[in-house]
Ligand binder design. Sequence first.
Ligand SMILES: [Ca+2]
Length: 344
Amino acid sequence: MNLKSILGRAPVALLAAALVAGCDPDIAPPFTIEEPGAVEGLAFFDADEDGVFDPSDGDYALSGVQVQFRVRGTNQLLAGGTVTSDAQGRFLVGNLPAGTHDAFIVPGTLPAGVLVCSNPLQVTVEPGVTRFFRLQTRGGCLVFIDVAENQPPNSVVVVRGIVTAAPNQLRAGGDYTYIQDATGGIRIFGSSLAGMGIEVGDRLEVSGTIGLFNDDLQISNPTVRSLTKDFGSVAPQATTTGAIAAAGPTPRAPLQGRLVKVSRAQVTGAFGAGGLNNRNAIINDGSGATQIRFESGVYADPSTLPATYPVGKCFDITGVVGNFRGAGQIFPRTRADVVEVPCS
Ligand SMILES: [Ca+2]
């Protein structure tokens, strides 16, 4: 015996009391259940992400997409509730009970690189009415940076964050950009961002491919989706050389890709010494040794580095955290990011 058959015979006053006593207000009262309704749908790739199907904007219909209409919040299929889109992307399912149901898009029936950003979607069926249902798919879904970082390699991801290192700061070719959101920071790799006027403090939304380069996590082949000038600032997180070194072997460590500051770090090995690249030196604030690396946008010519930052001197250093094959590094973005301080 289901809820409807119980309540269907209950006095109205009792039913009202039951509803007041805490029944889910989203569930339509059973005595209003009437004739079934229908859903007519259109599955399409929304190239310009405006929610409207317009082939002149590059949108196109998707055939063969299977949609399962289910009892909301469950895996239980509604009778006759499985449909597949036709060559025009259209589908029609009739005889659905009135109410709000889940429309679950069977992921394997979407073409490669096509995503739904929320699955299942909700659709409300009204009695005696054919409801139109836009099944919007996209090339990517905006996620937090820490979610993007944990996607399988070569996944297309969409992230948005405040720029902490602008394209032309770190590398002369303009191919390193760093952004950060509340969950983390990450490098955007690609010179296509240079020349767009992107500056520190802008908010940047990009799509691209997540992956590792020399064990450092980055988003490659970026496409800028939006740029908001002067959005805000990111304060460097105080950290230690030991913490940067400890994060080095873990590409998805929270510190990786973040803007940080270490204080009173002493240069303990000369640039290029001990088999290091001549842009790298060992620094230590007493918590453990890590590397500082000056990229070509900060010093085009690394030959001056040993004299500018000699062994034994101490510096407060702001920069973004990365690693090279597991060795933790801090990358100052400008020469002003490195300030000499007394060692004690
Ligand atoms: Ca569109």
